[in-house]
Write a protein that binds this ligand. Structure first.
Ligand code: FE
Ligand code: CA
Length: 524
């Protein structure tokens, strides 16, 4: 059924807020004036919550609440004076915000784009909470968030959504209108939150901005994307764990290497510093992810009790350059080079430690680029994309052999990037006559990138015939819903029939399950 967006609840006026609030003291706490020791009270110039609100990176007793003040989001500076503001926040037990359990004040600093990252602690485990912000007379919409179960708990079930690749111009975010109705406990976002290039003039909603390279440019690009009501609603429905891919900085970059050979690493790192800062400013991340120059620590873990451990990777910041030459290269010619890395030595050691020590029934590895080695045949040559794990074949094999030899419990790789749905078995030895799967990989398609797709593309039969490790493929837009219990993991591929017009119907195109202890995919 075609849908209408469910935008976040309209921000309240001051009068409505006071009428609805049982806690006037909390409002006083969060009063809005320029921060620090300024004598002059400074009101925000206009409603400052136009980029929405978000929460992220919950633990069993805390969560990060995010917003960014920008009364005029499309302008440099967001329409805010160049001074710091106090922003009040409240966390309540109920949607009406009548039982406030935590409140406080955070500083929105112009040096950080007037962003707010309030780390709220002292919360109870495994519970839903509601939150909102205040600034001067203005009150934000109310968002919903939750804490995780305790590390030792044994939850029966986790239901989460996977999204990625939300290029603005090619289509509407209809997929998010449906995602918010799935009631996910968590949303995982796997990269390409923005795209950095010149606005596509042939998309259905060109934004008109040139390629972004400076901090001010990146801030505005985020503001354009974050103006979408369906995206705001998706942030307000559950806490997100985010990671990035290339387009948050520059297409296909690798570590300090730009996609453009005429840009030096020193020049590129300046751009990366601007892009990483804007990323931090616009995401519900903890202080541990505050960037320092061109570096930002994004890989991290979280536990959903003993049911699942999530290892969230960054396959962009530490990788060595892609193989020289074209993106698509003959499989036989791709060297198995031990010097090439997509994780970097430190992250790889951290990943292996975290997997080896995991007490969880399921180990989800949430990352960016295709891990299965797929023959993307064009004519007679077997081709692989060297920007993906296949271009770092030595390390790809090392990871898969580790999963097998260390007997890691139920590894499930979650991937974004290529704007297509895939369900793959990851084999221990691609060239063996009897390869065994050691893990499975689900690729979640894009929210909007690449525009309308098709359920059964014309290359599908060839692809499935040439690649018996591939069990499903589709190239429509949408998201994944994963439901995890101690015995079984289920993934639903949810797609919308088009994105170039609003109101597309939703389909569940396929569902797969894996039974604990057996990394074979079963079509439901
Ligand atoms: Fe993408
Ligand atoms: Ca990408």
């Amino acid at each position: 059924m075609p849908s209408t967006p469910l935008p976040p609840r309209r921000p309240l006026t001051r009068r409505e807020f006071i009428a609805g609030s049982a806690s006037l003291a909390a409002l006083a706490l969060g009063g809005c004036s320029a921060a620090a020791t300024r004598a002059t009270r400074t009101q925000v110039p206009a409603q400052p919550f136009k980029l929405g609100i978000a929460s992220g990176d919950p633990s069993s007793d805390s969560v990060v609440l995010w917003t960014r003040l920008a009364p005029r989001p499309a302008e440099v500076g967001g329409g805010m004076p160049q001074e710091a503001f106090d922003v009040g926040w409240q966390v309540a037990d109920d949607e009406a915000m009548s039982r406030v359990v935590r409140s406080g004040t955070a500083v929105a600093d112009p040096r950080w784009g007037h962003s707010v990252h309030a780390e709220v602690d002292g919360l109870r485990s495994d519970r839903w909470y509601w939150y909102r912000f205040t600034c001067g007379d203005e009150v934000s919409a109310t968002g919903r968030t939750r804490t995780l179960p305790n590390a030792g708990a044994s939850p029966d079930k986790l239901r989460f959504a996977v999204a990625n690749c939300q290029k603005w111009e090619p289509g509407y975010y209809t997929a998010y209108e449906y995602l918010i109705r799935e009631h996910p406990d968590i949303v995982l976002f796997l990269g390409d939150y923005i795209y950095e290039k010149d606005s596509d003039s042939d998309g259905v909603r060109p934004h008109g901005q040139k390629e972004v390279k400076t901090l001010d440019d990146y801030r505005i690009r985020y503001a354009i994307y974050k103006s979408d009501p369906a995206l705001q609603a998706a942030h307000a429905v559950a806490p997100w764990f985010v990671t990035w891919d290339d387009h948050e900085v520059n297409n296909d970059y690798a570590g300090a290497i730009s996609e453009r050979p005429d840009v030096t690493p020193a020049e590129f790192l300046q751009r990366r510093a601007a892009a990483y800062q804007a990323y931090y400013e616009n995401m519900p991340l903890r202080r541990t992810a505050m960037p320092s120059g061109p570096d930002l620590q994004l890989y991290r873990r979280f536990e959903y009790g003993r049911l699942a451990r999530f290892h969230i990777l960054d396959t962009r910041q530490y990788r060595t350059d892609q193989l020289a030459g074209p993106r698509m290269q003959p499989l036989a010619g791709v060297p198995v080079d031990p010097g090439a890395t997509i994780l970097g030595a430190e992250q790889k050691a951290w990943l292996f430690d975290g997997l080896r020590q995991s007490p969880a029934a399921w180990n989800a590895i949430a990352q960016q680029v295709l891990m299965a080695r797929i023959d993307l045949r064009e004519g007679v040559d077997a081709l692989v994309d060297v920007d993906k794990w296949a271009g770092y074949e030595h390390e790809r094999r090392e990871v898969l052999r580790f999963l097998e030899s260390a007997r890691i419990r139920n590894p499930v790789v979650l991937t974004g990037d290529i704007h297509e749905n895939w369900a793959n078995e990851l084999w221990n030895d691609f060239d063996s006559p009897e390869p065994r799967p050691v893990a499975v990989e689900f690729l979640g398609t894009s929210i909007s990138s690449s525009g309308d797709g098709t359920d059964r593309p014309d290359y599908l039969e060839d692809l499935l015939r040439e690649n018996p490790c591939v069990k499903y493929h589709n190239n429509e837009r949408g998201y994944l819903v994963c439901e995890v219990t101690p015995k079984q993991w289920r993934t639903d591929f949810k797609t919308v029939e088009y994105v170039t017009r609003r109101g597309a119907p939703l389909n569940t195109r396929a569902s797969f399950v894996i039974e604990s202890g057996d990394p074979h995919l079963h079509l439901v």
